[in-house]
Design a binder for this molecule. Structure first.
Ligand SMILES: Nc1ncnc2c1ncn2[C@@H]1O[C@H](COP(=O)(O)OP(=O)(O)OP(=O)(O)O)[C@@H](O)[C@H]1O
Length: 247
């Protein structure tokens, strides 16, 4: 089976007055159900790499395949369609739309993909939020939620179209330790019990140590890539997500 993500000699350069190489010949294969940290010093290119993998930016060299499809010939419409169906994004700041409720925010990617009818979208959004411990907050707007709750809404939104891949940029970076642990354990459960692949940029080496693989960048290049065997219980099947306590 082809990897979920495969890059060969991926490169992103900027041709400003002084040329800068953000990502330098990165070759990486990521299989389904991997739980991967992208680590490295500030400015090493972690976010740049994640944006390339998420088709939010275009490489200036090398190749990138998603789900076995070469992304090079894709136009913007195909790239957007691939993002919607294959990926969910979680950023350090939740980027929820303030005028919409939690449930409406989760419905947005479903509306864009337009695979489900309106009633099905509403039910699915509610179920996702319930599974993340937010069943009592469906109709609240982001300003009425705590930071940890907002980030869990952002995770529910990332899962809206049931994508195989979740790309996260410092997903716990602006949370207190309790909320950070909740969000991390949700991401872990998505891999272990829901078969998702999670690629997360993190500065937090303690969290990275709990993931299965650490791709370490220095100056836009992979300086180390260390794997450990997945820790999920073999044959555990699909278990419910751990429901964080309501706050
Ligand atoms: N649009 C841009 N123009 C010029 N330089 C850029 C641009 N985007 C990123 N850079 C530079 O590229 C390098 C890599 O940035 P990137 O944000 O990917 O690093 P990072 O490892 O995620 O950093 P941090 O941990 O601080 O978020 C940095 O030196 C950054 O200043």
């Amino acid at each position: 089976m082809s990897p979920l993500i495969e890059t060969r000699d991926l490169r992103r350069s900027l041709n400003d007055t002084v040329p800068v190489t953000l990502i330098d010949d990165v070759s990486l294969a990521i299989a389904e159900q991997e739980f991967i940290a992208i680590t490295g010093p500030s400015g090493s290119g972690k976010s740049s790499l994640l944006y390339l993998l998420g088709l939010l930016d275009r490489p200036t060299g090398g190749s990138l395949s998603i789900g076995g499809r070469d992304t090079r010939p894709m136009d913007e419409v195909e790239r957007a369609a691939t993002r919607l169906s294959m990926m969910g994004f979680v950023f350090q700041f939740h980027f929820l739309l303030p005028e919409f409720t939690a449930r409406e925010n989760v419905e947005i990617p479903m509306r864009r993909l337009a695979r489900l009818g309106r009633a099905e979208m509403r039910v699915r959004a509610a179920e996702l939020l319930q599974s993340l411990g937010l069943g009592d907050h469906l109709d609240k707007r982001p300003e009425q939620l705590s930071g940890g709750q907002r980030q869990r809404v952002a995770v529910a939104r990332a899962l809206a179209n049931d994508p195989p891949l979740i790309l996260a940029d410092e997903p716990t970076g602006s949370l207190d330790s309790k909320s950070s642990e909740q969000v991390f354990s949700i991401l872990e459960t998505l891999v272990r019990e829901r078969g998702k692949t999670v690629v997360a940029v993190t500065h937090d080496l303690a969290l990275a140590a709990r993931m299965d693989r650490r791709v370490h960048l220095v100056d836009g290049r992979i300086s180390s890539d260390d794997h450990v065997a997945p820790q999920g219980p073999a044959g555990a099947g699909r278990l419910p997500l751990p429901v964080p306590s309501e706050r």
